[in-house]
Design a protein around this ligand. Structure first.
Ligand SMILES: Cc1ncc(COP(=O)(O)O)c(C=O)c1O
Length: 478
C-alpha cells in the first residue's frame, strides 16, 4: 500500500497536518465563553485586513495556513456558548466527522453505482424519519434546506392539481396557495420559482402565538373559488421562524381534505420535536400532511446543510422531478428503484445523510430525546427569568424554543423601548458578548434568543439576562 509520502506532495501533506492541528484549536476556542463570539468587523475593516486576490502563481503552504488562520479568526463562533442567533448552532462532533468523510470521499448522490453505501444510508434515514412522522409508507429525499423542501412541497401540490402543467404549463390558470402571515419567506420564493405569482400566495392571519387561524383560511378559500381561481395547496408551519408558532394541523388537514388541497408542512424548525415522547404532541396531526420538510441542521445540530423532504405517497417524487429521458447517460436502466437521482431536483448532490446517520448512531433515539427535552427546559428557564424581570417583557408565550424579548421600563414610551431593544442587540454583537437575532412582531422590534446550542446552560442564560438588562439600563439613562 502506498504511504503518505507517495500519495501527497509536501505541500498537501503539510497543509492537511496544519488543518487538522487547527481543528482542535478551533473547537477549544469556540467553547471558551470568555472569548468573543464574533469579531464584528465591518466589511471594509475586514477587507483591509485580508489579502483576498488570487495571484498569477500559487502561494506556499505557510501562506495558505495563515489564510486559514485568518478565516478561522474571523469566523463567527457558531458553537460558542453565547451563540443564540439563528435556528441552529453548536458542533456535533459525529456530524463533523461525517462532513469530513463526505468531503474526503467526494461523490454525488445520483446513482447507487457512484454512492453505494451513501444511497442505503440516505434511504435508512428517510425511512426512520417517515416512521417518526407517523407515515405508514412514503418516500423522501435529502435537499439543500427547508427552502427547497417548501419548493418541492408546492411543486407536488401543483402536480396533483394540474398534472398536465408539467408539459404544457399553467395556461393562464390562476392557482392560489395559502401560507400563514408568519410563514418563512422561502414559501414566497417557491411561488416565484414555480410561476404561481407572488400575489397568488395568500397569507392568512395568525393568532397571538403565531399559529394560522383556520376559520379565516376556510373563508379565504371560499372567496378565491368564487372569484374563479384554483386553490391547490396550504403550507402550514410547524415552528415558525420568529415566534415558534405551530399551525393547527388537524384543523388544516380537515379543510384540505374537504377542499381537495395538498397540505405541506414546513417543519424545518419544529420537526425535531418528534424525537421526544415529551414534545412530539406539539406536532399533533403532522401525519395528516401530504408532505413535510424537516431540517436536521436546525434543532438537531447536524452540520449545514442537512434537510429532508418527506412525502406520504411513494412515487410522487419520481413524477415531479421529471427530466424526460435526457439523463439516459447517468441513470442506468433498472436502477430506478435504488438510484436517488430520479427523485431530486438536483443533479450533483452532496452526501448529507452520512453526517446525520453518524450523529444518530452516536446518540441513539434516547440521545436525541434528551437533547430536545433539555432545549425545551432551558427555554422555559429563560422564559421564567424574563418574566421575573421588571425591565423585560416576554413578547410571546413560546411553543418552541425561540424566546422573544423586549426591553421595557417605567416611564419609557414605546418608541424608546424599541430603540433601546435594538440598541441592546447592536451592543451585544459589536462587543462580541452574545449573538441573538432581532426581528419584528406586530411592527415592533424584539430580541429573539434561540435555544438550540448544546453549550447553552442556565449560567449562560443568567449572563444573557444580566447583559441585556445592564446594556438596556445604560441606554435608558442616556
Ligand atoms: C420555518 C422555516 N422554514 C424554512 C426555513 C428555511 O430553511 P433553510 O434555511 O434550511 O432553507 C427556515 C429557516 O430558518 C425556517 O425558519
Amino acid at each position: 500500500m502506498a504511504d503518505d509520502s507517495d500519495v501527497l506532495s509536501d505541500f498537501d501533506e503539510r497543509l492537511l497536518q496544519g488543518v487538522f492541528a487547527r481543528v482542535w484549536r478551533y473547537l477549544g476556542e469556540s467553547a471558551d465563553s470568555t472569548l468573543p463570539v464574533t469579531t464584528s468587523k465591518s466589511p471594509q475593516e475586514l477587507k483591509n485586513k485580508l489579502e483576498l486576490a488570487v495571484g498569477r502563481t500559487g502561494i506556499d503552504v505557510d501562506t495558505m495556513l495563515s489564510d486559514i488562520d485568518d478565516y478561522l479568526d474571523e469566523s463567527v463562533k457558531t458553537s460558542h456558548p453565547h451563540f443564540m442567533n439563528p435556528l441552529w448552532g453548536g458542533t456535533n462532533v459525529a456530524s463533523l466527522a461525517g462532513e469530513f468523510i463526505t468531503a474526503l470521499t467526494n461523490t454525488s448522490m445520483y446513482t447507487f453505482e457512484l454512492a453505494p453505501m451513501a444511497t442505503l444510508i440516505e434511504k435508512e434515514m428517510v425511512d426512520t424519519m417517515l416512521k417518526l412522522v407517523g407515515y405508514k409508507a412514503g418516500e423522501g429525499i435529502f435537499t439543500t434546506g427547508g427552502s427547497n423542501g417548501n419548493l418541492l412541497g408546492l411543486l407536488c401540490a401543483r402536480d396533483r392539481k394540474f398534472p398536465d402543467a408539467q408539459r404544457v404549463g399553467l395556461g393562464g390558470k390562476q392557482l392560489v396557495a395559502f401560507i400563514s402571515e408568519d410563514a418563512h419567506y422561502s414559501t414566497v420564493m417557491a411561488a416565484n420559482v414555480l410561476g404561481i405569482g407572488l400575489d397568488n400566495l395568500i397569507a392568512i392571519p395568525t393568532d397571538e402565538y403565531g399559529a394560522m387561524i383556520p376559520e379565516i383560511l376556510q373563508d379565504v378559500i371560499g372567496a378565491e373559488k368564487r372569484a374563479g381561481n384554483f386553490p391547490f395547496c396550504v403550507i402550514a408551519t410547524a415552528g415558525t421562524t420568529v415566534r415558534g408558532g405551530v399551525d393547527p394541523m388537524v384543523e388544516l388537514a380537515e379543510i384540505c381534505h374537504q377542499e381537495k388541497l395538498w397540505l405541506h408542512v414546513d417543519a424545518a424548525w419544529g420537526g425535531a420535536t418528534l424525537l421526544s415522547p415529551k414534545t412530539r404532541s406539539l406536532l399533533h396531526g403532522i401525519d395528516l400532511a401530504d408532505s413535510i420538510c424537516w431540517d436536521p441542521h436546525k434543532m438537531m445540530g447536524v452540520h449545514l446543510c442537512c434537510s429532508v423532504f418527506l412525502v406520504k405517497n411513494s412515487g410522487t417524487l419520481g413524477k415531479v422531478c421529471v427530466h424526460t429521458e435526457k439523463a439516459h447517460y447517468l441513470l442506468l436502466e433498472g436502477g430506478t428503484n435504488v438510484d436517488l437521482g430520479h427523485m431530486s431536483l438536483q443533479c450533483g448532490r452532496r452526501v448529507d445523510a452520512l453526517k446525520l446517520w453518524l450523529a444518530w448512531r452516536a446518540k441513539g433515539n434516547e440521545g436525541w430525546a434528551t437533547q430536545i427535552e433539555r432545549y425545551f427546559s432551558l427555554a422555559e428557564y429563560l422564559v421564567t427569568k424574563v418574566k421575573e424581570h421588571t425591565r423585560l417583557e416576554l413578547v410571546v408565550e413560546p411553543s418552541m424554543t425561540n424566546v422573544c424579548i423586549r426591553y421595557v421600563g417605567y416611564g419609557i414610551n414605546e418608541a424608546r423601548e424599541d430603540s433601546i431593544t435594538m440598541g441592546i442587540r447592536n451592543e451585544l454583537i459589536s462587543t462580541g458578548r452574545f449573538m441573538v437575532s432581532s426581528s419584528q412582531i406586530d411592527g415592533r422590534p424584539i430580541l429573539r434568543a434561540v435555544i438550540t446550542n448544546p453549550r447553552v446552560d442556565e449560567k449562560v442564560i443568567d449572563e444573557l439576562i444580566s447583559s441585556i438588562v445592564e446594556i438596556g439600563g445604560s441606554l435608558a439613562s442616556q
